[in-house]
Structures are given as structure tokens and as C-alpha cells.
Design a protein around this ligand. Structure first.
Ligand SMILES: [Zn+2]
Length: 377
């Protein structure tokens, strides 16, 4: 599978797509309300098939006729997405991780809808028909493979992007043999490798905070509803977008380097929501979740294997030399000595070595060559 992302040309017609996204948002909220009501009445989770049967009836009612603008596949996709989020929520609850259940969204902030086989068609050149209208997009690369889904997405500047997911011929990249590594993600350092490399991530948001604050101040002085206020809003949104883009570029570059250097990369299965609860906004500025996705993508391209180890493995507290597990290790302790074997550990490097060891052991040791001698004892 491969996803292409293209920006649509700005056009008056884009309003129609914005309207469809609004419709998707209203449907989303309606379905959330149904879930909540069902739970209140029966104390059970509303199953997605049941929900869909009910929706088929709803669409025939006058009040909900506008739902049909979007087509049944897109509606189905919304129901399935909610289902996935609920499943994740229940799973987290079982594991004792507190996260919020899926909830209502402001229509303005609702971002996308997805079509499966119907409702769109690619034309020659850079044109695409979406729900009966022709749009132009900036075609930065050729599309390969069979298109499975089209997602129409808007950003906060009002620009519209299309995401095409394509099934590509399995060009199975042969796994290479070579060095393996464990990565430990953190707050102090963005990541630490088991062979002792420390990679700091620039906090892109923090770097620009002065500029962002200034733009917020300018905005607050503009009269509500005025054109100047609109302009100031756009400038602010652009500044935010620049931060996101810079972070993304940085992640791509780093992921590519790692994927090319190592052949097996072991990481912890991250729960970003839980991390966010614990550590606050800094974690979203670092963007570990986005980085892991990009890393996986880069790795499949070059035939590097990514091994995820369970999150609850105590990678920081375990001595990587003798396997002794400390009872406690507070977050501010950067290095420690093992009371059993006496080895002195840098907190993050030790964690990364453990992550590598556990990851490698799940592979049965096959083809695993430690990045530095003695790690896999
Ligand atoms: Zn030890």
C-alpha cells in the first residue's frame, strides 16, 4: 500500500468539498450521540453492524436526507472509524491506561471524508472528478498501482488535499543483513540508540513561540469580523503550518538515515495518548508518533525490519548487563549503577540496549547482529 498526497488548486468549487466535509462532521456527531445513548440505555457498546442497519433507516427520513450527499461508503467509513477508536479506547481501559472515549467534534474542525470504490474518478493529466465535479490538483508525482480509497482532507488554512491509497504490486524488498539497533524515545533526548548515539530533536514549536505569541497579540487587537482580522488569522495559521512542515522534513531525514544505516530497528510500542497525559504538550511538539510512522515507511522501502516490543517491558529499570530489575527509577535520574553487577548505565542507552535485546529475541536471534559487541549476551 502506498499513499499519495496532492493539493487541490484553489477554486470556488472547493466550497462544495468543504460542505461535504461539514456533512461528514454532522454525521460523525450524530453517530457519536447514538453510541452514547445506546450505552446509557443498555450499558453495552453499540456494534458497528447494528449501527449501520439503523443508519440505512435514518437516511430515508426527511431530516437526514442531506446525509445522502456523501454516499453510503463514506458514511460507512465514518462508522468504522468511530468503531476503531472505541475499540482502542476499550483496549486501553483494560490495560489501565486512561484515555478519553471518542467524542463530539466541532464541525469547523472536522477534517475529512473517505470514498472507497465510487464517487470519484481520475482523469487525464491532473484532473479528478469528486462527487460529480471536476477538480485540478498539483500532480507532483505519478500514481502507481490500483487506487483503493480517496480521502478528501482540509487543513486549517482552508486548503484541500486529496490522499490516494493505492495497492502496489508487491515489490518485496529483500531484508538486508547488517547492524541492528534499539531506539529509546524520550523527552530529554528525542532518541537514544543502543550503540550510544544521542539524537536531539529541535522543538520546532518552542523555537517559534515568540513569533507565534506576537501573531496572537496582533490578532487579538483586530476587530471581530473585520478583514484585517481575517488576514491576521491567515498569517497565524501559516506560521503554524510552517512549524508542522519543518518538523515533518526533519523526521523524514532522520528516519531515512536510520533505515539505511541499520537492518533491524527495535522500538517500544508507543502510546502517544498516554504519553501526552503524562508529559503534556512537549510530546506533541516532539512528534514521536509521527516519527514512528515515517520510520516504518522508510524501513519498508529499503528492506529494514522494525520490531516493536510491548510497552510494559521495563526497559529503563532493567540492567542490560545482568538483567536485574530496579524497583524504582525516577524520571530525573540520568545514570545509575546496578546494585548487583556494578555496571554503570546511562539511563537512555541502557533502555535502548534492552529494547534491542528484547526485540532481537522475538526474532529468535536469526540474522541478528548486534550493533556493538557484547550487547546480546
Ligand atoms: Zn546488573
Amino acid at each position: 500500500m502506498k499513499t499519495y498526497r496532492f493539493k487541490l488548486y484553489r477554486s470556488k468549487k472547493n466550497k462544495k468539498l468543504h460542505r461535504l466535509i461539514d456533512v461528514a462532521g454532522r454525521i460523525y456527531n450524530h453517530l457519536i450521540a447514538l453510541h452514547k445513548r445506546y450505552y446509557r440505555l443498555y450499558g453495552k457498546h453499540l456494534n458497528v453492524n447494528k449501527l449501520m442497519q439503523h443508519m440505512t433507516k435514518l437516511k430515508k427520513r426527511r431530516r437526514f436526507v442531506f446525509w445522502n450527499q456523501l454516499g453510503s461508503q463514506a458514511i460507512q467509513d465514518i462508522a468504522q472509524r468511530i468503531e476503531r477508536n472505541y475499540k482502542l479506547f476499550f483496549k486501553n481501559q483494560k490495560r489501565g491506561i486512561k484515555t478519553a472515549p471518542p467524542s463530539f467534534k466541532k464541525i469547523k474542525k472536522y477534517k475529512s471524508f473517505t470514498l472507497k470504490q465510487t464517487g470519484y474518478k481520475l482523469l487525464e493529466g491532473n484532473k479528478i472528478i469528486i462527487m460529480g465535479n471536476v477538480y485540478k490538483y498539483s500532480k507532483s508525482r505519478n500514481i502507481e498501482g490500483k487506487i483503493k480509497t480517496l480521502t478528501v482532507k482540509r487543513d486549517f488554512l482552508g486548503d484541500i488535499y486529496i490522499h490516494l491509497t493505492c495497492e502496489t504490486e508487491e515489490t518485496a524488498v529483500e531484508p538486508r543483513s547488517g547492524k541492528s539497533v534499539g531506539l529509546d524515545f524520550g523527552l530529554k533526548q528525542f532518541l537514544t540508540t543502543s550503540d550510544g548515539k544521542i539524537i536531539e530533536s529541535p522543538l520546532f514549536f518552542k523555537q517559534s513561540i515568540k513569533e507565534i505569541r506576537k501573531l496572537h497579540r496582533i490578532l487579538s487587537r483586530k476587530k471581530k469580523g473585520s478583514n484585517n482580522r481575517k488576514k491576521a488569522l491567515i498569517t497565524l495559521a501559516k506560521a503554524y503550518k510552517k512549524i508542522t512542515n519543518r518538523r515533518r522534513d526533519y523526521h523524514f531525514k532522520l528516519a531515512k538515515e536510520l533505515a539505511e544505516e541499520y537492518t533491524i530497528i527495535c522500538i517500544e510500542d508507543l502510546n502517544i495518548n498516554a504519553m501526552q497525559k503524562m508529559w503534556g504538550r512537549k510530546i506533541s511538539d516532539l512528534g514521536h508518533g509521527q516519527f514512528v510512522n515515517i520510520l516504518k515507511h522508510q524501513c519498508t522501502k529499503v528492506g529494514t525490519m522494525v520490531v516493536e516490543i510491548p510497552r510494559f517491558y521495563p526497559s529503563s529499570k532493567t540492567c542490560s548487563k545482568c538483567g536485574y530489575v530496579l524497583e524504582e527509577l525516577s524520571l530525573d535520574v540520568r545514570s545509575w549503577a546496578c546494585p548487583i553487577c556494578g555496571a554503570v548505565h546511562d539511563r537512555d542507552v541502557n533502555a535502548a540496549i534492552n529494547i534491542l535485546r528484547v526485540g532481537a529475541s522475538t526474532l529468535g536471534g536469526e540474522g541478528v547482529k548486534p550493533a556493538s559487541a557484547g550487547i546480546l549476551r
